[in-house]
Design a protein around this ligand. Sequence first.
Ligand code: HEC
Ligand code: HEC
Ligand code: HEC
Length: 114
Amino acid sequence: MGKRFLKASIVLIGILVLVSLGVAFAQQKKVGGGEIKYQAKGSAGPVLYSHDSHVNQHKFKCADCHTKIFKMKREDLKMTKANHNQEKHCGVCHNGKKAFSQTTDADCAKCHKK
Ligand code: HEC
Ligand code: HEC
Ligand code: HEC
């Protein structure tokens, strides 16, 4: 085995290690509290809340929600269909002004996915 082959192998292994570290890092990098799934009761269908989209796409800061609207830990939000029209929880923004409404029939499926 020549020295050049050995050198080339070491460089190649180095590259592979760096690439796999990069992949592992990218997978770990979740935004804030990550994806939060709510298992809504009844036939409404579960809701997925994305930290990624709210922070990176819609440009909210952590302090816009934490902790004046939501605690920084999972808890029962006690959201019911009846309080969808109140300025609480998601409804602080999802009121048809700051973001699509929680009481417009055409918009239910933007949150509730079957
Ligand atoms: C648009 C609102 C919003 C913004 C902005 C936001 N969060 Fe959250 N966050 C939530 C909601 C909703 C929950 C879940 C609360 C619940 O279920 O009680 C949550 C929960 C969390 C949790 C707990 C997750 C768990 O599984 O216990 C952490 C940690 C967290 N957020 C961190 C952050 C950080 C850090 C940022 C800024 C980078 C951020 N959040 C920005 C809405 C937001
Ligand atoms: C601080 C304001 C704010 C809060 C609180 C908030 N949202 Fe949003 N959300 C937005 C804005 C702004 C958009 C962009 C859509 C629009 O402009 O109508 C959005 C978009 C979404 C979308 C569309 C897909 C996406 O991810 O962009 C979903 C689904 C959603 N929100 C779910 C929720 C849920 C569920 C909660 C409560 C757990 C919540 N949001 C709380 C502001 C907020
Ligand atoms: C901005 C996102 C969003 C929109 C839009 C939305 N919902 Fe919800 N809804 C939620 C979340 C979050 C919960 C709470 C789930 C949980 O805590 O398990 C919920 C819960 C519910 C529940 C279960 C209530 C209970 O007692 O457990 C029903 C029924 C429901 N929604 C119906 C609707 C209908 C009908 C519409 C449209 C008119 C709608 N939702 C629009 C986010 C939304």
